[in-house]
Design a protein around this ligand. Structure first.
Ligand SMILES: *Cc1c(COP(=O)(O)O)cnc(C)c1O
Length: 429
């Protein structure tokens, strides 16, 4: 569910008319619903309510300070993948003691920064990294809290670029090598305290089965690690998928009710109901690292149609947002619903490609998709753009980064100014 719907023929975010925002702030423009973000966070927190747990929001999905600040104020922890993300969390008022640090390539500077800030755990992705963490912590005279990421070799059944829990992926340590690594660490790595185990099998998982498979596979391992090495937490990762197709419709609770049982998308309540009983009696603190689920459906990218180009084989609607603003379609065939800000007067549709201005054939938001026949000057919203949208935006083609707006009820706040041409060259000589 989310805060975007038509009211009297205009697309709103909560109580704010998106056409008004587009007129006032220009396009391309990211708009987020704070109510949706906090609703998702609160519902996930509640779904795990029965067990000792912490929701560590995966900062990389959307790292705007104002988003992080709202989540910190509501008690979220944070899963970070760089020193830069730790810096953001601290600036936003988050507590490093509730931060876990993931990623296969942590640098010396990042390790030192995170040690000095007192993070909760380094989630280590190889034996080599654990040895290096031990070395750096030793130099600083500190004990580094750590967990190893287990690769459970489970198929997440998601796009190959966002699948992370198979043996052929670069992530984590092979399931069969974990017990030996904890054994070795307890003897050799005196400056590391292994306090947990971590896993994350992939992103945009839309069924519960891979989560159950991974949890059931790892339970005996995590139980043995608790007995032998006294670990206190198990992070079961993020990866909970969201609705991309029918994104607008899925804002309505009735839409969820009407989905047939067999094909009903994964809800957070189902996630809790299936996993909590399996996790309840382990005596471990359970960490979650959701990113997309918290912010994905809470944001849209608004763009203006510039031209309609009728080619020999296709009709192109050329818009003022490009793959530099939202790269998901080009990077992993991501689907974004496209809806006009003004509700179409007829149900008639035309089959078009919606493309950006960038000099790349991969610069499209959809291909051969039937859409309402919006015209140059009209605004459209690319739905479900709150996660891995702005966070992945770049200045490619020397295009300034778009502005970001956070809506709370009837209030809209610019939480990141649109870049200027001077911003583009700042730092260059
Ligand atoms: C990216 C990532 C997440 C978040 O994934 P989502 O699919 O956005 O929930 C969680 N944990 C780790 C280790 C990640 O790399």
């Amino acid at each position: 569910m989310h805060g975007f719907s038509y009211k009297n023929g205009s697309l709103f975010c909560e109580d704010v008319d998106l056409s008004t925002l587009a007129a006032e702030h220009g396009t391309p423009l990211y708009v987020y619903s704070a109510g949706t973000i906090l609703d998702h966070y609160t519902r996930l927190d509640a779904a795990l309510g029965e067990i000792d747990h912490e929701v560590a929001y995966a900062v990389k999905a959307n790292s705007n300070l104002s988003v992080l600040r709202r989540l910190a104020q509501h008690g979220a922890g944070f899963d970070i993948v760089s020193g830069g993300e730790l810096f953001r969390v601290i600036k936003a008022g988050g507590d490093p003691a509730h931060c876990t640090f993931a990623g296969v390539g942590k640098t010396r500077d990042e390790i030192i920064y995170a040690l000095e800030q007192g993070i909760y755990s380094f989630n280590v992705e190889s034996a080599e990294e654990l040895a290096y963490l031990n070395e750096v912590a030793g130099e600083l005279g500190r004990i580094a809290p750590a967990a190893v990421r287990v690769n459970p070799n489970v198929d997440a059944k998601t796009h190959k670029y966002i699948s992370t829990g198979k043996s052929e992926n670069k992530f984590g340590v092979d399931f069969g090598a974990i017990a030996g690594l904890y054994e070795r660490a307890s003897k050799e790595f005196k400056n590391v305290k292994l306090r947990g185990l971590q896993m994350h099998i992939g992103s945009q998982l839309t069924s519960i089965a891979p989560f159950i498979e991974a949890v059931e596979k790892v339970i005996p391992l995590v139980t043995a690690l608790k007995e032998k090495h006294g670990i206190e937490f198990w992070s079961i990762g993020g990866g909970i998928g969201i609705i991309y197709k029918e994104a607008l419709e899925s804002g309505d609770p009735a839409w969820w009710e009407n989905q047939p049982e067999e094909t009903r998308p994964l809800t957070i309540e189902r996630y809790g109901k299936e996993l909590v009983p399996r996790l309840r009696n382990l005596g471990l603190k359970i960490l979650l690292e959701p990113g997309r689920y918290i912010v994905g459906n809470a944001g849209v990218l608004i763009t203006k149609c510039l031209y309609e180009k009728k080619g020999a084989a296709k009709t192109f609607k050329i818009v003022d947002a490009g793959m530099n603003d939202l790269i998901r379609p080009a990077l992993y065939e991501g689907h974004h619903e496209i809806v006009p800000l003004t509700a179409p007067a007829t149900t008639e549709q035309v089959t078009v490609d919606v493309v950006g201005p960038i000099c790349e054939s991969g610069d499209f938001f959809c291909q051969d998709r039937p859409l309402p026949d919006f015209q140059p000057g009209d605004h459209i919203a690319l739905m479900s753009a709150g996660a891995y949208g702005f966070a992945m935006a770049s200045n490619y083609n020397s295009r300034p980064l778009p502005a970001e707006i956070l809506v709370e009820g009837a209030t809209a706040t610019v939480i990141r100014k649109r870049q200027t041409l001077d911003d583009l060259i700042a730092g260059e000589i």
